[in-house]
Design a protein around this ligand. Structure first.
Ligand SMILES: C[S@@+](CC[C@H](N)C(=O)[O-])C[C@H]1O[C@@H](n2cnc3c(N)ncnc32)[C@H](O)[C@@H]1O
Length: 301
């Protein structure tokens, strides 16, 4: 399983440098994924350190248990939504941590697995649940929301210019048959966008924003961000840092405003007044990193 390159960690060196890691520290990786960030963290906090790794996705935890096995005495892998960070730490008997990283979004292994339904390039069921035990899937939203609700979802979470047209096409398609697969939805989105705009407006695949919007809605990705950043800062030791990597402007805006609010309360210093972006050479090596932004804040008192 581990011969495959699963996911290339984004801005790895930057995250490692900003966390200022030392042996003996307790660090949280709130989004384990394939453990790329965690592996480098563990090399620096051991001996004596401890890593608490969270993921909503059991597949990610299974990959990390194997990949990070040489550090297993120093790790706790927890199947949890990071919105429950406070409860997870309480269960572990931890009241303060020396750093935390969030690398938001999804991992390459999730995107490439057609059965997970995240990709418009792979034919698969319309699922998109990060946590396979959660109830609502993309199929449920696409086939049950009304036209207005779909249109709002596409605009609010994808800033999709053609949200009204795509919503109308979805409703029309549903009269004939349920929309059950990723390919069916991707084809429908292509048809909904007027021909002359398909190439000029979209540097990316025309279905990108629709798929992003539905994924965010299925996993309720934005609504928990502000509160979890506040929870994380509340448990940071003095001088300890929080690093957040986001992949679209909606996430980045929430992080920026939450950091500013915490600064106004005297809780943090903002270490990156402007977000860091990957270097040109990183983007060349790892194109999916191109939209990432890293923001870092440091606990004051
Ligand atoms: C971009 S990947 C992380 C990649 C990782 N840093 C690496 O180097 O391999 C994001 C991971 O976060 C997980 N995730 C997303 N939202 C989450 C949430 N609310 N709670 C816990 N895990 C979440 C996803 O399942 C995915 O495995």
């Amino acid at each position: 399983m581990l011969e495959t390159v699963w996911h290339v960690p984004v801005m790895l060196q930057e995250v490692i440098d900003y966390l200022r890691l030392e042996p003996g520290q307790t660090i949280v990786d709130a989004t384990l994924g394939c453990g790329g960030h965690s592996l480098e963290i563990l090399k620096r906090i051991t001996p004596g350190g401890r890593l608490i790794g969270l993921d909503r996705d059991e597949d990610s935890l299974a990959i990390c248990k194997e990949r990070l096995s040489e550090f297993k005495e120093s790790c706790e892998f927890v199947h949890a939504n990071f919105s429950d960070l406070d409860q997870v730490l309480e269960k572990q008997g931890i009241d303060k941590i020396d750093g935390i990283v969030f690398d938001l979004g999804i991992s390459t292994h999730q995107l490439k697995d057609a059965q997970r339904g995240f990709s418009f390039q792979e034919e698969g069921p319309l699922d998109m649940r990060l946590d396979k035990s959660s109830y609502i899937s993309a199929y449920d939203l696409v086939n049950n929301l009304n036209e207005n609700e779909i249109s709002h979802m596409l605009w609010n979470f994808g800033q999709e210019r053609w949200h009204n047209r795509i919503a109308r096409y979805i409703i029309e398609e549903r009269r004939n048959q349920p929309i059950a697969t990723t390919a069916q939805l991707a084809t429908l989105v292509m048809r909904a966008i007027p021909f002359k705009y398909r190439k000029s407006y979209y540097r990316i695949h025309p279905a990108t924003r629709t798929f992003q919007a539905i994924r965010i809605a299925v996993n309720r990705e934005l609504e928990i961000l502000e509160s979890v950043v506040k929870k994380a800062v509340a448990v940071l030791n003095e001088q300890a840092r929080i690093c957040v990597i986001s992949f679209h402007s909606l996430e980045d805006r929430i992080i920026k405003h939450t950091f500013r609010a915490l600064k106004a309360e005297g809780m943090v210093d903002i270490i990156t007044p402007k977000p860091l972006t990957p270097t040109v050479s990183e983007i060349e090596r790892n194109p999916p990193s191109r939209s990432s932004k890293l923001r870092v804040a440091q606990r004051i008192s």
